[in-house]
Design a protein around this ligand. Structure first.
Ligand code: ADE
Length: 221
């Protein structure tokens, strides 16, 4: 069982994404357990404040260290990986998702505003992860991206029919183009080879198309 605990200022952003489809089924099958915690609930401030202005001046608000420290301390065990979602982190990819799917416990800290007090990164965090070279308003959407990519790789989450083996990126190649009924739509036809019943030929065609697609997208085959 993979346990994922999320620390965020906006817990309301998560139920929609976590409550549908494969993620919901994974929780039902008890293959993963996901809990979302409000950072403010760990604040010892009387107004439950969890951010403050930066030392040295500058715009915006910084997440304070105390609520995140106490939150992580109350959730952490010896198997925990503590991950901060931040644009400066290691770039998230399929290999990282596969590795995290083999862990027992992930604590995801969602940064917000202009940043998080650096002592969180220095003293608490085991991995900093970015989902790409662009800046979002916070770590919540990145945390959901990470959860989606990781949970589907937990053994048993995908059925045979949805197997991840032929996924784009697992083989280093993008997946070949797929078609389903009807054979023709507004003059757009399904490639003849897929209707031929010749499985060798179909395999060959798919490999060729995978290579073509990967080359065109400028990713390494
Ligand atoms: N927070 C803001 N932007 C982010 C990104 N690109 N990846 C992870 N966390 C972020």
């Amino acid at each position: 069982m993979l346990q994922i605990d999320v620390l965020t200022l906006f817990p309301g952003m998560f139920p929609g994404v976590l409550g549908e489809s494969i993620l919901k089924r994974a929780e039902k099958k008890r293959l993963v357990r996901i809990a979302v915690h409000d950072i403010r609930s760990y604040s010892r401030d009387k107004h439950k404040k969890a951010d403050d202005t930066p030392y040295g001046g500058g715009p915006g608000m910084i997440l304070t260290v105390q609520p995140i420290f106490d939150g992580v301390r109350s959730l952490k065990n010896k198997n925990s990986k503590v991950i901060l979602l931040s644009p400066g982190g290691k770039r998230f990819d399929q290999a990282l998702a596969n590795g995290l799917a083999r862990q027992k416990h992930l604590i995801l800290i969602c940064g917000r505003y202009e940043g998080v007090d650096e002592r969180v990164s220095k003293a608490l965090v085991t991995d900093e992860v970015s989902i790409g070279d662009y800046v979002l308003t916070g770590g919540e959407v990145p945390a959901m991206v990470l959860i989606d990519a990781v949970v589907r790789m937990v053994p048993g989450v995908l059925g045979n029919k949805e197997s991840a083996v032929s996924d784009s990126f697992q083989s280093g190649l993008l997946e070949y183009p797929q078609y389903t009924r009807p054979r023709e739509y507004k003059g757009l036809k399904v490639p003849q080879v897929l209707l031929s019943g010749d499985h060798e030929k179909i395999k060959e065609w798919r490999m060729k198309e995978s290579l073509k697609k990967t080359k065109k997208s400028k990713r390494k085959a």
